[in-house]
Design a protein around this ligand. Sequence first.
Ligand code: SDX
Length: 427
Amino acid sequence: MPSKFVTPTFSNETTQGSLPLVEGTIGPAAVDIQTLFTNHGILAFDPGFRSTASCKSAITFVDGDNGVLLYRGYPIEELAEHASFTEVVYLLMHGELPVNDQLSGFKKDLLYYSLLHDQVMSFYRGFRRDAHPMAVMVGVVGALSAFYHDSMDTQNPEDRQRAAIRLIAKMPMLAAASYTYSIGRPQRYPNSQLDYASNFLQMMFGLPYREYVVDPVLARAFDVILILHADHEQNASTSTVRLAASSGANPFACVAAGIASLWGPAHGGANEAVLKMLHEIGSVENIPKALARAKDKSDSFRLMGFGHRIYKNFDPRSRVIQVQAKKVLEHLGIDDPLLEIAMRLEEIALQDEYFVERKLYPNVDFYSGILLRAMGFPTNMFTAVFALARTTGWVSHWLELQGENHGIDRPRQLYVGSPRRSYPSKS
Ligand code: SDX
């Protein structure tokens, strides 16, 4: 893209200058500050990275003011309506939707690598049965970095593609096993007749002594959940994966770091926290009290599933999930009081000045828990489902980063500690 010099300059008693402006395909321009420290000896200060573009990326674009999310240019609403998750995986990894026999070949690859090495299953036994599934997933995915050393040369494009496929292909059995282990149920294996979403559901809920019958409404709803959660630009967990990958670390270890970051309640852990919050509110009558707590700065309570660093409008994903949640609840004949509380909470909050002023809207996590609960997922599996979907985004960014050569990511800091001082003499 053409670079224009930015007219605003900076200066202090020792230096002054102006910096080039760089622009992407769409979205805000950026001031290129790469030479700021080397040429002028000063740093840019941006804790929380609210104004910082950490990299160039062609994978996903979010327009927070207008509630737009594009995967390789395709609007998330259209992909949720027309695509399968496997198509979206191919799109995010390769940049284009699969054509001709590319999709069937890709599905074969995913199935070929979908089994977990039998020794991996022994890692689960090291965990207490009541371990949180995300703790188990961090551990087991990290342990996968002890395997496959015969094909883990990240400088080799074939090894990179194989590692990417292995991670995406193995995550369904690995995530399902973090649940079946906790309830002492034997783990089922992938079924070659089922697609990615249905295979996960059968490994998650299937019993060893009878055939698992796929419910097409639930399978499609879960496919949409995977699509919606697959990627989201440089969110905290994806940035974690990129930072780890920049040192050349093993891709399985990088994704384990991403799982750890996603687990936080401010990030992917919010879907589990939303359900707990809705249970805590308990009834529509208690909503005003909950909103008062969310606005009270002396109270650490936040409206989980509300607000977003980038979306200052509706998160387009929350709208799609709400529709799927209603469809599944109706299909299953479930009248979930939590859905009524959630919808009423959204309605009241969006008329409340505190939320309107701060542009706090429901995000992807606000309704996802209600949908997952209706499908039979225990609350502590909600973030594991998010990690299952987001593995595609993490892997796609890992692949994209391999093509860059900006070296290891190593942020600087503004030092506010003690000036140099000497160790006190012991006289
Ligand atoms: C995800 O980054 C991504 O893309 C993430 C994600 C993805 O797909 O990867 O979209 C997935 O993580 C969604 C977000 C899930 N988290 C939650 O739902 C947790 C609840 N939300 C908040 O913790 C918060 O909104 C964040 C963490 C999501 C965003 O925080 P920011 O951008 O740092 O916002 P902030 O803390 O600067 O808030 C600005 C103001 C503050 O009030 P003031 O100091 O201006 O008076 O809004 C308030 C905040 O106190 N605020 C909230 C609030 N979120 C922000 N007040 C009450 N409840 C909330 N949820």
